[in-house]
Design a protein around this ligand. Structure first.
Ligand code: ZN
Length: 71
């Protein structure tokens, strides 16, 4: 298993979250498919926040385990 220490992992997530709003993509408005469920399920820009939220949950659990091991 890859061992990432808490503070570094937190920094990684902070960088990823900060960069998300920079992405623009086709599929809205005149390009069509704006309300297609498939678009929201397949476009990384829409899927990523949920994926990162799940990863953040895992990271939080890892942080708790890390602090418990340290104490
Ligand atoms: Zn979209």
């Amino acid at each position: 298993m890859i061992r990432l220490h808490g503070p570094r992992l937190l920094a990684l997530f902070a960088v990823v979250f900060a960069s998300l709003p920079a992405f623009a993509h086709p599929g809205h408005g005149k390009d069509g498919g704006s309300n297609e469920l498939v678009h929201y399920a397949t476009e990384p820009v829409h899927v990523a926040p949920f994926a990162f939220a799940a990863l953040a949950g895992v990271a939080a659990a890892a942080l708790v385990a890390w602090f418990r091991r340290k104490a």
